[in-house]
Design a binder for this molecule. Structure first.
Ligand SMILES: Cc1cc2nc3c(=O)[nH]c(=O)nc-3n(C[C@H](O)[C@H](O)[C@H](O)COP(=O)(O)OP(=O)(O)OC[C@H]3O[C@@H](n4cnc5c(N)ncnc54)[C@H](O)[C@@H]3O)c2cc1C
Ligand code: FES
Length: 300
């Protein structure tokens, strides 16, 4: 958006400096689970810049309804035969104005895409990274898993974890989306659960998390070096934050608050975050997030 880096954290440019608007050709748009689709589009510039946990604002080119883009996490970065990143993928749940129209988009059509946006997950020394996803909240985790397993196809210093686990829960097996992609990540420990028991553990994803934390502590004598990252419906993220706290394990959440501009201007996306002095202040999820320290979020 600008050519020189802005040094003022109150300005949107400070965060969104590296992002730009692209018109991207759709390569593929396929249904991957119940009411859940994966769309791939060609955008080599953005594909080369995207980091785990960042998102895009997306709209269908030449369509005015919806007028503004919608935020979607970057699900995967696809490379050409030489491994050079060319395409991006998003996985979306069919929900409202944009997504009900997006399912009709076919290869060769165009999307307006702004990105990459948001802070994403910063590289951190971690022994065991546990990624906890609920509903459509698995979308930021494929690239994060690859990064911590040393399989990323871009250059960023990220300490490798000894182990990376995905705990992924949905209401039933038909709503679990992208499991094959996660299972194709070499070394990733994939644990599934469903509310109705149709696949994986019969129960809540927090129960899976407790199980993984317990195994981890048994194997290592303590939970030191273990870190939880989480994305999904807000009550589930709050519950995961609580479990993590009870195990004295650091937890970060990737919030999915509704957004209008995506670049720090409109303040539709604010969330209450605790400050150093104990008071809370509004932070913009689009530029100061979407990833936050879970212990700092005021959930209600
Ligand atoms: C950083 C970020 C990443 C996201 N990544 C994904 C993703 O990878 N896949 C995906 O399917 N969705 C994702 N979302 C959520 C997605 O942006 C919303 O569901 C979006 O509203 C869908 O657009 P729509 O036009 O189809 O629905 P809309 O017409 O905008 O909304 C339909 C209904 O959902 C409500 N709504 C809108 N936004 C949200 C929200 N964030 N949470 C709860 N209710 C909402 C509206 O009030 C309305 O009732 C993400 C959101 C954020 C902020
Ligand atoms: S969406 Fe506009 S400030 Fe965050």
């Amino acid at each position: 958006m600008s050519t020189e880096h802005c040094n003022n954290p109150l300005h949107a440019d400070y965060y969104a400096d590296d992002s730009a608007h692209y018109t991207a050709e759709v390569i593929e748009n396929v249904e991957v689970a119940q009411a859940t689709w994966r769309i791939r589009f060609r955008c080599p510039d953005m594909a080369a810049k995207c980091k785990p946990g960042q998102f895009i604002m997306l709209k269908i080119t030449d369509r005015d309804d919806p007028l503004i883009g919608r935020p979607l996490a970057v699900f995967d970065v696809i490379g050409d035969a030489n491994g050079v990143p060319t395409d991006l993928e998003a996985v979306y749940l069919v929900k409202g104005n944009l997504t009900t129209r997006l399912v009709d988009v076919v290869a060769g059509q165009y999307l307006d895409v702004w990105g990459p946006l948001g802070n994403g997950f910063l590289p951190q020394e971690t022994r065991h990274l546990i990624m906890v996803a609920g509903g459509i909240g698995q979308t930021p985790f494929v690239t994060l898993a690859r990064e911590y397993l040393g399989l990323a196809n871009y250059d960023r210093d990220c300490p490798q974890a000894q182990k990376v686990t995905l705990c992924y829960g949905a209401r039933n097996e038909h709503l679990l989306a992208g499991v094959d992609t996660f299972e194709s990540v070499a070394g990733l420990d994939v644990r599934l659960c469903t509310d109705d028991g149709s696949r994986g553990h019969h129960g809540l994803v927090t129960e899976l998390l407790e199980q993984v934390l317990s195994e981890d502590k048994e194997a290592h004598g303590s939970s030191e070096g273990t870190r939880v990252v989480c994305c999904g419906p807000e009550p589930m993220m709050e519950a995961v934050a609580k479990v993590s706290k009870s195990w004295a394990v650091q937890c970060q959440v990737s919030l999915e608050t509704p957004m209008a501009c995506g670049i720090g201007i409109c303040f539709t996306c604010v969330t209450k975050v605790v400050q150093n002095d104990g008071s809370w202040d509004y932070k913009r999820t689009c530029v100061e997030g979407p990833v936050f320290d879970a212990s700092k979020i005021v959930w209600h």
